[in-house]
Design a protein around this ligand. Structure first.
Ligand SMILES: *Cc1c(COP(=O)(O)O)cnc(C)c1O
Length: 361
């Protein structure tokens, strides 16, 4: 379900101090990828762990004590015609800037974000740490394809009182990833928990939001579901999103609906991209409130969207003991079309008409 951390050696780090960001790249301990592949599990774990440390970063601080941190997740994908390209890093840079401002941190410059993300992929590739495009991925719509997950995040200075992070670091690490959701059921369940409330931090990719997500997702998995879906905190009636993904419903009327943004929903870049792609296909797309009752009576397809999830079909949704099944538990036509379009653009099998891909290698 989640994916493991196998940090690549090249990392980036910048620190805000005296009103300026100062940063650069570092190369953590490593052998060649071929040599590392021959290590025992314990040896590899020791080596990879050594890449996950900075001995000059405080253990006790606002991030570790109170979750005062925000992060991003974006991907670099091996291309059909060779090379590696990032998907819309400028959008992640924008959101990270807003997240940091939302947490009253000094925001990280967008251009530096993009160039650091591109450069870290380049540096790791030069050391041999990179996935290689495989033709067989085309057979299963890239469901099992490899990519590089890029994780930028903020990390606070030391401190113990509940306070803001005024002199944070921004660190960027990368790790290879494959399929996010495991095989088996793709059923979802409405969780009784509340992810985000009005006036809270739900619209920010804030570390503190994900404790509840992890609890709800664990409970869903224990009950046999792949994903949990949240209802709004006030009315307990409108569908909001998944644990770390947005949600779409394709209605019998031909309308594709995704909940409208607000302060309780994370503005996904995959979500925004799907809205654009669906409109290009002449699908009527609405960003509006959708109640759980409307989903039960009107939806014929459902999928969740996110950097890790792509567009992943949801076969059923369970709420208060009742279950609605979408499209006989098979991937629906529009869902498959959207999934294939976005994956095709990302892996370079379809033309990138919108200039979304940024080549790193
Ligand atoms: C990251 C995230 C998403 C998806 O955003 P993308 O930019 O598409 O990856 C959706 N919901 C939540 C709560 C998230 O954390």
């Amino acid at each position: 379900m989640a994916f493991g951390l196998h940090s690549y050696p090249a990392v980036y780090r910048s620190k805000f101090d005296n009103g300026v960001w100062t940063g650069g790249f570092e190369e953590k301990p490593h052998k060649t990828p071929e040599e590392e592949a021959k290590l025992s599990e314990a040896e590899l774990e020791k080596l990879e762990n050594s890449r996950n440390f900075y001995d000059d970063m405080p253990l006790v601080g606002y991030t570790t004590q109170y979750g005062m941190s925000c992060f991003e997740g974006l991907k670099a994908l091996p291309q059909k015609d060779g090379g590696i390209a990032l998907f819309r890093p400028d959008q992640n840079a924008k959101r990270f800037y807003k997240s940091m401002k939302g947490l009253y941190m000094p925001p990280f410059p967008e251009e530096e974000f993009v160039s650091a993300c591109v450069e870290i992929v380049k540096r790791n590739a030069a050391l041999g740490f990179k996935p290689v495009y495989k033709k067989e991925w085309e057979q299963d719509s890239f469901m099992t394809a490899d990519s590089i997950y890029i994780r930028p995040f903020s990390y606070s200075e030391g401190g113990v009182g509940v306070a803001l992070s005024k002199k944070p670091w921004v660190v960027i690490i990368t790790t290879p990833v494959s399929a996010y959701f495991s095989d088996g059921t793709s059923g979802a369940v409405i969780t009784g928990r509340i992810r985000a409330a009005p006036k809270g931090t739900g619209w920010i990719k804030a570390a503190s939001n994900y404790t509840i997500s992890a609890l709800a997702k664990h409970e869903a998995a224990e009950a046999g579901y792949m994903e949990c879906i949240y209802l709004d905190a006030v009315h307990r009636k409108y569908v909001e999103e998944g644990s770390s993904c947005n949600v779409f419903f394709y209605l019998k009327s031909g309308e594709l609906v995704t909940p409208e943004l607000g302060d309780t929903i994370l503005p996904g870049i995959t979500r925004a991209s799907i809205i654009e792609l669906a409109r290009d296909k002449n699908v009527t797309v609405s960003e509006r409130k959708i109640s759980i009752d409307e989903v039960f009576s009107e939806a014929k397809e459902c999928f969740v969207s996110g950097t890790a999830a792509g567009a992943t079909p949801i076969e059923s949704l369970t709420y208060e003991g009742k279950t609605v099944v979408f499209n006989d538990r098979k991937t629906g036509g529009l869902t498959a079309d959207i999934r294939d379009t976005i994956k095709g653009i990302q892996y370079g099998t379809l033309p990138d008409k919108k200039g979304w891909m940024v080549k790193a290698v």
